[in-house]
Ligand binder design. Structure first.
Ligand SMILES: [Zn+2]
Ligand SMILES: [Zn+2]
Length: 254
């Protein structure tokens, strides 16, 4: 009797199993398709050049379809930057300075003259942009002057080139007008956040607690897998910095 009662249930047992396996496979496949679709649809192409004596990372981001480009932090070596721009046939729409320290803006003039691009910065760094020669002198160096900004950026602005877009995050603390730029799966962090470190805060307009707050409020809310592309040094991810950056993890006391 017991055996007979168990049989109908046993007969049906494979059905929920099949449904579960099918559903799991569907969910996994949907994830894979979504991922590859996102990769396929991500219009952002990227070139990095290390420029100038202070080894600034200059990034050229562009949409391969329209060839429209944004140059981030052309700090020096204009000819090298223009070589990439011309080699790829790019139309530079914007030059964006993450902040106006002289090592990040030194080639603004030449890139602007050669491409006709608009120069964009945050207004709070306008005085710094006007005083690049004085800044460089503090380091015993010389620096060319920069043209004035064509437009000021504020938190939440979207900068577009073709189908790619970068969102402006206002992250003061390294300088008064520091910004980061968030794109699809990446964030350009200027001198706010580095792999394993943060920007210095002893220069005019710098403030340690302001910088820590900026990073925590606007960068640490990004997904762990977001690639961090900073103004100097190697790339990282938000997750790695969340776990290992001594200025940001629980042990830091901030
Ligand atoms: Zn700086
Ligand atoms: Zn720098």
């Amino acid at each position: 009797m017991r055996k007979a009662a168990a049989e109908p249930w046993l007969r049906w047992r494979p059905v929920p199993l099949i449904i579960m396996v099918t559903l799991t496979a569907a969910v996994l496949l949907a994830g894979v398709f979504q991922y590859s679709e996102r990769k396929k649809n991500n219009p952002m192409q990227l070139s990095r050049l290390v420029v100038g004596p202070l080894q600034v990372n200059c990034y050229i981001v562009y949409d391969e379809k329209t060839s429209e480009a944004i140059v981030i932090d052309p700090g020096d070596d204009a000819q090298d930057i223009l070589h990439v721009v011309k080699g790829k046939g790019l139309k530079v729409k914007y030059i964006v300075n993450t902040h106006a320290h002289f090592d990040h803006v030194g080639a603004n003039k030449q890139i602007k003259e050669a491409t006709g691009a608009e120069l964009l910065i945050h207004e709070a760094d306008n005085a710094l942009l006007a005083g690049t020669a004085n800044q460089a002198r503090m380091f015993g160096m010389t620096a060319p002057s920069s043209p004035k900004a064509d437009r000021f950026l504020k938190h939440g602005d979207i900068i577009k080139a073709g189908a790619l877009s970068l969102k402006v995050l206002y992250t003061p603390g390294h300088s008064a007008g520091g910004i980061c730029l968030a794109g699809d799966g990446v964030v350009f962090t200027g001198d706010a956040l580095f792999a394993g470190s943060i920007g210095r805060t002893d220069l005019p307009g710098g403030d340690l607690m302001t910088l820590i707050t900026s990073i925590k409020e606007h960068l640490m809310i990004l997904p762990d897998e977001t690639v961090v592309l900073s103004g100097h040094g190697p790339q990282s991810t938000i997750g790695d910095e969340r776990r290992e950056n001594p200025f940001l993890n629980a042990a830091s006391g901030f």
